[in-house]
Design a protein around this ligand. Structure first.
Ligand code: MG
Length: 442
């Protein structure tokens, strides 16, 4: 049985994600007419792309292949061709994973109603009966990358970047960013050092751009005296920023900084999720904006942004959606916006000091059946904590001096705990309590 998570269909290649699934999915989508197909650099990507294209064309659909590209590039191409988009990626997951993420003809992620219809169709099985004179055609579009670069360069202060000519290290993680970000930065006028930029599908570091995986790159930023470092996940919808001292800005501080900067340019509403730290809310309010909170996932952020005509939406994992940009998170534009911030306001490490994040802890725990585990965990959490409870996405309890959130990941077999408090002592207390319950019941 195929199941969509919060980021499309995702799983291990060879068992959950197979060539036959790709053919079936292709045939199932073919009735939508034209389909734009892109992929990240995973070694299983070519095979899955070929299978998907076979399925689509066998059922008479038309294909536009854009090859290796970031997810936001694919979304942009789907919009250009007024077509359904399929991105073959597993984002930051390990190299043996892969998956399919679907977009509508506006370049937006498709919603759960449509996903359910596709799931049911796949469960019933799709008949593939290609007739020689009814096979769909395919074309290749080589412009998608250039069009994306053009879009993002139009959304930053190009003159300010060119004047400063900053030295930037970009760590592409051997993912889709490899074929766009070094070029976009160079075109913007940066002095670029690109690392892990061979799009080989063999990843020199873990794809999640976290402190552990970025240790070498962080050291390099300091060693070569770069002004900043930018690191991406596998499909480059995320960007994580390293300051001039070789320190990660930190997910919440980084988001808070960008919220402040966007609101400085244009006042309005900003969207984030229930996982965002208190410093994000404080930065938004300080800059005279308003914050709207959604469930975790770029789909919810994008929808809320559209509905409320927000100026910006950002998740603390490093996924940001900009007004006027792609309707999905764009790591390429995010990276360039931090380059612009440096060129206009100075060293990011110094700017970061103005943000005061509170003690926070995020941790994940393997759970074979995360839904079953959550059914046991939720009532226990409700019993253990006294505060304002929200169960829209996992269980979040807010107290006067902190909050704790326990939720099942949308993409991996894990339970996540996020806790934040105004003192280390309080954090230790609430985190320990939540962790005790999770460990006991998974
Ligand atoms: Mg990603």
């Amino acid at each position: 049985m195929v199941k969509f998570g919060t980021s499309g269909i995702r799983g291990r290649f060879g068992t959950e994600i197979t060539a036959s699934l790709a053919i079936q999915l292709g045939a199932c989508l073919a009735e939508k007419g034209r389909i734009v197909v892109g992929r990240d650099t995973r070694t299983s990507g070519v095979l899955l792309e070929n299978a998907l294209v076979s399925g689509i064309t066998a059922a008479g659909g038309e294909v536009v292949r854009i090859g290796i590209a970031p997810t936001p590039t694919l979304a942009l191409a789907a919009k250009k061709f007024s077509a359904t988009g399929v991105m073959i990626t597993a984002s930051h997951n390990p190299p043996d994973y892969n998956g399919f993420k679907l977009f509508n003809s506006l370049g937006e992620e498709i919603g759960s109603e449509e996903e359910k219809m596709i799931e049911e169709k796949l469960d019933r099985g799709v008949k593939i009966e290609a007739k020689w004179d009814a096979i769909g055609r395919e074309i290749r579009d080589k412009a998608a990358i250039y069009e994306h670069i053009e879009l993002v360069l139009g959304l930053v202060d190009a003159a300010a970047i060119r004047k400063k000519g900053p030295k930037v290290i970009v760590d592409c993680g051997n993912g889709a960013a490899s074929i766009i970000m070094p070029y976009a930065l160079r075109q913007a006028g940066c002095k670029v050092i690109a690392v892990n930029a061979e799009p080989s599908g063999f990843f020199a570091r873990g794809l999640e751009p976290n402190e552990e995986n970025l240790r070498q790159t962080s050291e390099m930023v300091k060693a070569v005296g770069a002004d900043l470092g930018i690191a991406h996940d596998g499909d480059a919808d995320r960007a994580v920023i390293i300051d001039e001292n070789g320190e990660l800005l930190g997910l919440d501080a980084q988001l808070a900084m960008m919220c402040g900067e966007i609101l400085h340019e244009k006042k309005g509403l900003v969207v984030s999720t229930i996982e965002a730290g208190l410093c994000v809310k404080e930065a938004v309010e300080k800059a005279g904006g308003k914050l709207a909170i959604t469930k975790v996932g770029s789909l919810w952020c994008a929808r809320e942004m559209k509905k409320q005509k927000a100026v910006f939406a950002g998740e603390p994992c490093g996924e940001y959606i900009f007004s006027g940009g792609t309707p999905v998170p764009d790591g390429i534009l995010s990276g360039l916006k931090f380059v612009e911030l440096f060129c206009k306001k100075g060293k990011l490490g110094s700017l970061r000091e103005k943000i005061k994040p509170y003690p926070m802890r995020r941790a994940k725990y393997a759970a074979r059946d995360k839904e079953a585990a959550m059914r046991k965990i939720a009532p226990e959490i409700k019993k253990a904590f006294k505060g304002k409870v929200s169960d829209e996405d996992g269980i979040r309890t807010d107290f006067e001096d902190g909050w704790v959130l326990v939720r099942a990941s949308g993409t991996e077999p894990i339970i996540r705990i996020t806790a934040e408090a105004k003192s280390e002592e309080k954090l230790k207390e609430i985190f320990g309590k939540a962790e005790g319950i999770v460990r006991r019941l998974i």
